[in-house]
Write a protein that binds this ligand. Structure first.
Ligand SMILES: [Fe+2]
Ligand SMILES: [Fe+2]
Length: 287
């Protein structure tokens, strides 16, 4: 299939005004304030690539939230959980816009291809709605969002460019709820699940955790990034990223999954190639 070019469009007029009213702080950001003359052409290109890819990643998370929302409604999950999840779709679309606008700060001459049919993964299909939703929640929230929150939080703390810091802080503010949602759903659903269901959830978790390990292996190969350059452009330096990510996976993902009877087996040592890719976006400088 031919890839389509990923870009974002605004309808404008009253529709845009209503959209802006939902998140009034975004337009007030100091847009147009990044002095790109401080960076080499290679770094500017890397920044365009990284922020455009981050925009697509946020967009994909929006699509994953939509998919999970439909299955939660089919499962007649508690309505407060459903309502909270429906807000996340707007959050992710706003995050995608924020990242795309940061990419534009470095120049708009970049095209990112994407396959609309592969925006979301097919997980748990054919299972009853409560279990189907649990598979989606484990992959997107208990692993993807739980992994990205401490990485984003630390990236925003380390960031030395004011506009980039502002954007990262804004994203982190929303992400706290996204991380908590996964565990809240799993705690509600767990009473309806059997040991066999939890064993199936552990298989999904292992696939995605293997994807996280593969991401780390790719990141480990990236050399030559100084912490100063990374922090100026809104990333973490490779060793910072890996140490935060390893701690997060152990304490914020694997331990809470095991606590809920989802006994994951994947380890960094036995991870294999070709597993599911990590749903969260790496926050390190690309090669
Ligand atoms: Fe996001
Ligand atoms: Fe999120």
């Amino acid at each position: 299939m031919t890839l389509e070019c990923f870009d974002l469009e605004l309808l404008g007029g009253k529709t845009e005004q209503r959209y802006r009213a939902m998140r009034p702080d975004v337009e007030a950001f100091n847009w147009g304030s990044i002095d790109t003359s401080k960076f080499s052409p290679t770094l500017i290109n890397a920044a365009k690539q990284a922020w455009s890819r981050a925009a697509l990643q946020e967009y994909r998370t929006g699509a994953a939230c939509c998919k999970t929302l439909q299955v939660l409604i089919q499962a007649r999950a508690p309505i407060d959980l459903i309502a909270l999840l429906s807000r996340f779709i707007t959050d992710e679309i706003v995050h995608s816009e924020l990242c795309a606008r940061l990419a534009n700060e470095f120049g708009s001459d970049i095209e990112i291809g994407y396959n609309p049919d592969e925006l979301t993964d097919n997980i748990g299909e054919g299972c009853p709605p409560i279990l189907h939703a649990a598979h989606l929640v484990v992959a997107t929230f208990c692993i993807g969002e739980a992994m990205s929150i401490p990485l984003l939080h630390n990236t925003s703390k380390m960031s030395t460019q004011p506009l980039i810091k502002q954007v990262l802080r804004r994203i982190v503010e929303d992400e706290a709820d996204h991380g908590a949602f996964g565990w809240a759903y799993l705690d509600w659903a767990n009473h309806h699940l059997s040991d066999t269901d939890r064993a199936e959830l552990a298989i999904t978790a292992d696939r995605y955790i293997n994807g996280v390990y593969q991401t780390w292996k790719n990141i480990e190969k990236q050399k030559g990034t100084t912490a100063e350059q990374a922090h100026a452009l809104g990333w973490l330096e490779v060793s910072e990223y890996l140490s935060i990510a390893r701690r997060t996976l152990k304490k914020q993902v694997i331990a809470p999954l095991i606590l809920r009877g989802v006994f994951v087996k994947a380890t960094e040592q036995n991870s294999t190639k070709g597993e599911q890719t990590s749903p969260n976006s790496p926050r390190v400088m690309p090669e």
